[in-house]
Design a protein around this ligand. Structure first.
Ligand code: ATP
Length: 550
């Protein structure tokens, strides 16, 4: 073996073939040598993409097997060109995590969370020398509360093994904790939230896994694990949803009113059906052919930078996202913390002229990301960016059932869902929704003093009778309600007027007010405001690579 300060060289045998191997600071390469000492093909792997090296012959899958032989070693690496392997031009060298906090939802998706973690993820973590503290959740919101309250010293990231609901728990925990530590109020919609240093990793084990699919291009636990191990870092925009001056929830994938709100409300009534309930409820709500009056105000994003109809895709190393960093963090200075200190408390991102749109809508959706999933590979807004500080606002006006079906169907094929006369899409930085005059929510002063059980009970009563959804103030399970309750002793709840006549194929009463579906949770308020926080959190991900593009 030859050693100099730059590189190490040695001969190597793989099976009965001889190779010459080189190890430099950045790359590990091996070149096959034939019997006449001629060099053949070279394989080169960036050292940053080596998962781990162990003495002996080691197999991990389908079962762990170690053959302890003196002269052998096993090197596991990301195969070049595979999902997760690094494009050599990728500028930032990631720093690898050493210790991770893992939350497994044993009941998410097909209830395979524990099995997925122990058979596919844990052996790779072990090989990579990553230690993990594993918590199998016993109740909803346990992961969020753990992140908010426990000592997280030493952890380089938090991982969820579950679906979008579990991701949302981690999102709320990480953002909430970061703001608590920075002394920033989450409730003030004008304040610039502190970006979060603690990375979030997603091992898909849910029903939809939309956030994982949108940020990786694939729902595959091993690919996700490899991104975590090599410490990939993908910033992500987050939308905060407020009711008056109270934070209600954070959202990444969808805040939807009308059709999407009604489908969620309907599906909650049919939980016993399992995942089938979404298809069933989708049909029922579609057949009821509802539309709702609304007054939408939005703050447009700079249309010179990008547009939701520019036919681009946000891919790994996206130029729009990387150039947005300077705009979003003008006072950024590199330091131990990602964007620490010196950030102005108030964002200039909220400057500009608001645009107002009034009408009747089949649905209104706001999404920070494309929100793709295996059933809708292009997603709600195919050209949305992961980290440009904007969201796409999609307004689908009242139309005939066939027109709306065409709109829905185009999410599943290659046709442009925005190329329809009743659909408009805008790239925005903030949105406000209110009911037009005459349709307002009637405010009734009611003491909001419920505990968890009361929230649960009120939710259940609403689910028994979906009509209550339009007149009740169902609280979701968000941190904001729980923490907010302490601060606001006298928050008013709202009741909403509705019209009482029967129509529609499923015989339900048409309502003048729908509900908001915020990443799969029903919001307790109708008149909300939303604001996009650019690059607020970081995922162990790299964005979608060309090779994995859906
Ligand atoms: N032990 C538990 N018991 C009951 N609910 C739980 C538990 N752990 C987590 N949860 C809640 O279950 C909800 C759904 O879980 P998860 O998102 O993992 O799966 P899913 O709903 O099947 O997938 P998706 O959200 O992708 O559709 C989450 O909102 C989470 O808060």
């Amino acid at each position: 073996m030859e050693i100099d300060s730059e590189r190490v060289e040695s001969s190597l045998w793989i099976g009965n073939k001889r190779y010459r191997a080189f190890l430099s600071g950045w790359y590990f390469s091996w070149t096959e040598i034939d019997k006449r000492n001629r060099e053949k093909k070279t394989i080169s792997v960036p050292v940053s993409e080596v998962i781990g090296v162990k003495e002996g012959r080691v197999e991990i899958q389908p079962q762990k097997k170690v053959e302890d032989t003196d002269l052998d070693f096993t090197c596991k690496f990301l195969k070049p060109g595979c999902p997760g392997s690094m494009d050599h031009s990728t500028p930032n060298r990631p720093s690898r995590p050493h210790q991770l906090l893992v939350f497994i939802n044993p009941f998410g998706g097909k209830k395979r969370g524990k099995q997925i973690f122990h058979s596919l993820v844990a052996p790779l973590f072990e090989l990579a020398g990553i230690s993990s503290h594993v918590v199998a959740t016993e109740r909803a919101n346990q992961a969020r509360d753990y992140i908010l309250k426990k000592d997280l010293t030493g952890f380089d990231g938090v991982i969820c093994v579950g679906g979008d609901g579990m991701f949302s728990e981690l999102l709320h925990g990480v953002i909430g904790r970061t703001q608590q530590e920075a002394g920033v109020s989450e409730h003030d919609p004008t304040v610039m939230l502190q970006p979060c240093d603690l990375h979030i990793g997603i091992i898909p084990a849910g029903s939809t896994d939309c956030v994982c699919f949108t940020t990786m291009g694939i729902n595959d636990p091993v690919t996700s694990t490899l991104h975590i191990i090599i410490g990939d870092s993908q910033p992500l925009d987050v939308c905060s949803v407020h009711y008056q001056s109270t934070l209600v929830r954070y959202s990444v994938s969808m805040v939807g009113y009308g059709f999407y709100g009604d489908v969620l409300a309907e599906s909650e009534r049919h939980r016993w059906m399992g995942p089938l309930r979404y298809d069933y409820s989708g049909c029922m709500v579609y057949l009821s052919n509802r539309s709702y009056p609304g007054l939408v105000q939005y703050l447009p994003a700079d249309s010179h930078i990008s547009s939701p109809r520019d036919n681009t895709r946000c891919l790994s190393g996206c130029r729009v996202c990387s150039e947005s960093k300077e705009r979003l963090f003008p006072h950024f200075e590199s330091s131990s913390s990602l964007y620490s200190a010196n950030v102005s408390q108030y964002s200039s991102e909220l400057e500009g002229e608001w645009v107002t749109v009034e009408g009747r809508f089949k649905c209104i959706s706001l999404t920070c990301i494309s929100s793709s999933c295996p059933r809708s590979p292009k997603g709600l807004s195919p050209s949305a960016h992961l980290a440009d500080g904007t969201a796409d606002l999609i307004l689908v006006r009242e139309t005939n059932p066939l027109g709306f079906l065409t709109y829905l169907h185009r999410h599943t094929n290659t046709q442009d869902q925005f190329d329809l006369p009743f659909v408009e899409v805008h790239r925005v930085k903030a949105v406000r929704f209110s009911l037009p005059p005459g349709e307002e929510e009637e405010e009734e002063e009611e003491e909001y003093e419920g505990g968890d059980q009361e929230i649960q009970a009120s939710t259940e009563s609403v689910l028994e009778d979906p009509e209550k959804l339009c007149c009740s103030n169902t609280a979701g399970h968000s941190q904001q309600h729980l923490t907010g309750r302490k601060e606001r002793g006298n928050v008013t709840t709202s009741r909403v007027k509705r019209r009482g006549f029967v129509c529609g194929p499923c015989g339900t009463k048409p309502r003048s007010v729908s509900v908001w579906n915020c990443d799969g949770e029903i919001l307790p308020h109708t008149e909300i405001s939303c604001r996009v926080h650019g690059q607020l959190v970081r995922l162990f991900a790299r964005g979608i690579e060309d090779s994995t593009m859906p």
